[in-house]
Ligand binder design. Structure first.
Ligand code: ADP
Length: 484
């Protein structure tokens, strides 16, 4: 690994333009989930460190270097960050691979270029953020200015460490805000390296700060800090709820991208080969540790046996392996604690009488690996069909017709995403209208792009990330009246 990564391990928190030790308390360890060995020691930011980071971010808002930077210069800065991500592609892919147990190949071809793309996309936005002039009777001139919200607390999860950092930092900086980023405690390394690249690209002191630490300490201190004006959060629904509650105490705005129990529907008239392969990818990609994982596969009864047979057959070839291996398609889960939770869900599924078609057990050896698991003929009311498992565990549920499919699909707390496979164009449009989700994929699944909005309804979140719509969250309107 490159030596600059080793320097990060000694450097710890980024506050202003300096890398500092945490002011108190012991560091914590980041563990490689593939071999259970300690990878790095991570600084645990105290409330005093959070204060310092928020102060640095507040100063930067008013600084000449950041507060008065030309929009086109902000755009060029974001372009440089995107370019630096691409020129450090191997190292960043390796960091997420080691720290999060993600398959190297998938990070190299997926997460890293997508993170660069977020910066390159948002690089085009600063010069397009406009106010409006309003019709007048001639006695007044009224117009709006679209201004940055202020200091943004960005709190991100461990499943896409680099990409989630990019999805928060890029829109926040594009709109002229400053950021205090708290990576997930399990996966701080790529965010720290990204912060170094941001400084190298020329991000002025204090525009981006990074406080590593645990959720209930560092994260909580950040959310309750009166100096932040917005929390951009991605993570679990329970923590999202808590963050919204605490942020409301000082009227900070929130965007929440939370969990899901997404339905993935296969109708009998679909291209069954493509649909089945997408269904497997939809749940086993990133070991099922994906908010949009298609964890409830709804299959029309007339093709149920056929689809399940194909699915089990392809899954039997999906063997967990070392994520550094270029052929690895299924790595370990993030931690032992999480693995135990997923195993408990599987045991509960079995005790509830769901039909275990494959998996459910662990391969021998070190690492937090779990074999891909499929349950058949699952009752949508059972706990495995209702709770987010966040692992490689698929529930297959039969349905009779369109009405039945919709009733099952929408009978959930979540509303993040849904997928539909059918060749009937009218049915496809009917499903799009009636599925309760922030994103609906038709004859594809898990397609993402920085230009297209992303977010959930129901208990899956608030607000939209990516696209021009992100600008609405990261800016606020000032109305201006001139008497004439
Ligand atoms: P997961 O269940 O995927 O680990 P979490 O919602 O627990 O997701 O964590 C997502 C992010 O939220 C992490 O960076 C974590 O440290 C942070 N976090 C957890 N609890 C809190 C909290 N009470 N306040 C602020 N941040 C938190």
């Amino acid at each position: 690994m490159a030596s600059d990564t080793d320097e990060i391990r000694g450097a710890k928190l980024l506050i202003g333009d300096t890398w500092r030790e945490a002011s108190e308390g012991p560091a914590f360890s980041s563990v490689n989930p593939a071999d259970e060995k300690v990878l790095a020691s991570i600084a645990h930011a105290s409330p005093a460190d959070v204060d310092a980071a928020v102060e640095a971010a507040t100063q930067a808002l008013r600084s000449k270097e950041w507060g008065q930077m030309k929009p086109s210069a902000r755009g060029r800065l974001l372009t440089r960050i995107g370019d630096l991500i691409l020129s450090n592609r191997e190292e960043l892919a390796r960091l997420d691979c080691l720290d999060a147990g993600k398959p190297y190949t998938s990070v190299f071809h997926g997460d890293v270029p997508a993170a660069a793309d977020a910066f390159h996309y948002f690089a085009g936005l600063p010069t397009t953020i406009l106010g409006e002039t309003y019709p007048s009777d001639g006695t007044h001139l009224a117009y709006t200015l679209r201004e940055p919200v202020g200091v943004v607390a960005a709190i991100i999860p461990w499943n896409f460490p680099l990409l989630m950092a990019a999805w928060k930092i890029a829109p926040a900086l594009a709109t002229g805000n400053t950021v205090v980023l708290k990576p997930a405690e399990q996966t701080s390394l790529s965010a720290l390296r990204l912060a170094e690249l941001c400084l190298e690209a020329g991000v002025p002191a204090g525009a981006l700060n990074v406080v590593t630490g645990l959720g209930h300490t560092t994260g909580a201190a950040l959310v309750r800090h009166p100096g932040i004006q917005m929390v951009a959060f991605t993570g679990s629904t329970s923590v999202g709820y808590e963050i919204q509650r605490v942020a409301a105490e000082h009227f900070a705005q929130v965007t929440l991208e939370l969990g899901g129990k997404s339905p993935h529907l296969i109708f009998a008239d679909a291209d069954l080969e493509a649909a089945t392969s997408a269904a497997a990818q939809g749940i086993f990609f990133n070991c099922g540790e994906v908010c949009t994982a298609g964890s409830r596969l709804l299959v029309q009864e007339s093709v149920y046996d056929q689809v399940v047979e194909r699915l089990v057959e392809s899954t039997s070839k999906l063997v967990p392996s070392n994520p550094l291996d270029p052929d690895c398609r299924l790595g370990p889960l993030i931690s032992n604690e999480h693995l135990e939770r997923v195993v408990q869900c599987i045991e509960q599924g079995q005790s509830e009488g769901a039909e275990l078609l494959i998996g459910g057990d662990r391969p021998a050896g070190e690492g937090f690996f779990l074999n891909p698991t499929i349950f058949g003929r699952v009752d949508n009311n059972s706990s495995i069909a209702r709770e987010e498992i966040f692992g490689p565990v698929l529930c297959v549920i039969p349905f009779v017709d369109e009405a039945d499919a919709l009733a099952i699909a929408n009978d959930t707390w979540s509303g993040l995403a849904a997928g539909v496979w059918t060749r009937d164009i009218q049915r496809a449009h009917r499903m799009v209208r009636n599925l309760q989700a922030g994103t609906v994929w038709v004859n594809t699944y898990n397609a993402f792009n920085a230009m297209v909005p992303y977010g959930g309804i129901k208990r899956s979140g608030l607000g939209r990330e990516l696209s021009g719509h992100a600008v609405e969250h990261y800016t606020q309107l000032k109305s201006v009246w001139f008497g004439l």
